[in-house]
Design a binder for this molecule. Structure first.
Ligand code: URA
Length: 211
């Protein structure tokens, strides 16, 4: 089974509480999601492999560490996932960005894939699939299906979200037991409309000021 980690760094927890408040505006919400994403990017990159490299300081030559191995691609699930991209790019500016477009049918709550555009070498990359809310798990499952179908290696996929519901975590773990899941919070449950309780409402609407 892949990892399931709640990233409970105090700054992440504090900032997440700030954006749960229904009274905060779009600008603050977007900026804070950015900041949280940077902090989460720092945490999820903890296990990136290092290799030895020779470097010559003004004093002498020495062997020190540099990042080795795979390059990174960030894959936001449209549209709310877009809100997490820039924050992670702050840390990993050379990462490529692929997009997976999913929308949720308001009646059935089931996700539909309408757009997939990925770097050509996803089989060689560490993939950070980002979506702020892991609710039913439907979109995450379909997005990861889409990646695997196109050659992504399961052990290279990490799913990163701000808020998760137990139902979504369970569904995603059952569908993709080989994928690591990172979240800033595991909330109580889903309500009858498919929203996470207490959650933060509709992340896409709050990021983009729609509705
Ligand atoms: N998507 C959201 O944006 N919010 C939820 O609570 C559930 C799904």
């Amino acid at each position: 089974m892949g990892k399931f980690e709640v990233l409970d760094h105090p700054l992440i927890q504090h900032k997440l509480t700030l954006i749960r408040d229904k009274n905060v505006g779009t600008k603050f919400f977007r900026e804070t999601v950015n900041e949280i994403s940077t902090l989460m990017g720092y945490e999820v990159s903890r296990d990136m492999p290092l290799e030895d490299v020779e470097v010559e300081t003004p004093i002498q030559k020495t062997v020190k560490k540099q990042l080795a191995g795979k390059k990174v691609a960030i894959i936001p699930i449209l549209r709310a996932g877009l809100g997490m991209v820039d924050g992670i790019l702050e840390l990993i500016p050379a990462a490529k960005v692929g997009h997976i477009g999913m929308y949720r049918d308001e009646q059935t709550l089931k996700p539909h894939e309408y757009f997939v555009k990925l770097p050509s070498d996803i089989d060689q990359r560490q993939l950070l699939v980002v979506d702020p809310m892991l609710a039913t798990g439907g979109s995450a499952i379909m997005a990861i299906d889409a990646l695997k179908k196109r050659g992504a290696k399961p052990e290279n996929i990490k799913f990163v979200c701000l808020v998760s519901a137990p139902e979504g975590v369970k569904a995603l773990q059952e569908a993709h037991p080989d994928v690591d899941i990172y979240t800033a919070a595991l909330d109580e449950r889903l309500n009858e409309d498919g929203y996470i309780v207490p959650g933060l409402g509709d992340a896409g609407d709050r990021l983009f000021g729609t509705k």
